[in-house]
Design a protein around this ligand. Structure first.
Ligand SMILES: [Zn+2]
Length: 75
């Protein structure tokens, strides 16, 4: 039991798409603020929280200039 606990951190979490009700897999490397898209309907969500998972619909252009975290991702 205890030996497996660590692996749990790397387990894929799932968000729920509000549009089509599909599960959206959030792999362990996703962080708050990242954008994920639903494989079912293509809706985009910003990750608001990971524990528990909370997704917010990515608004199209409307509030375009909200705090955007300028992250330099390593490729
Ligand atoms: Zn969807």
């Amino acid at each position: 039991m205890s030996k497996r606990n660590r692996r749990y951190e790397n387990a894929v979490r799932y968000g729920r798409c509000g549009m089509c009700d599909a599960d959206i897999p959030l792999e362990h490397f996703f962080e708050r603020g990242d954008v994920v898209s639903c494989g079912g309907c293509g809706a985009e969500y910003v990750i608001q929280a990971l524990q528990p998972v909370r997704l917010k619909v990515q608004e199209e252009e409307q509030g375009a200039r909200r705090k955007r975290s300028m992250k330099q991702g390593g490729i």
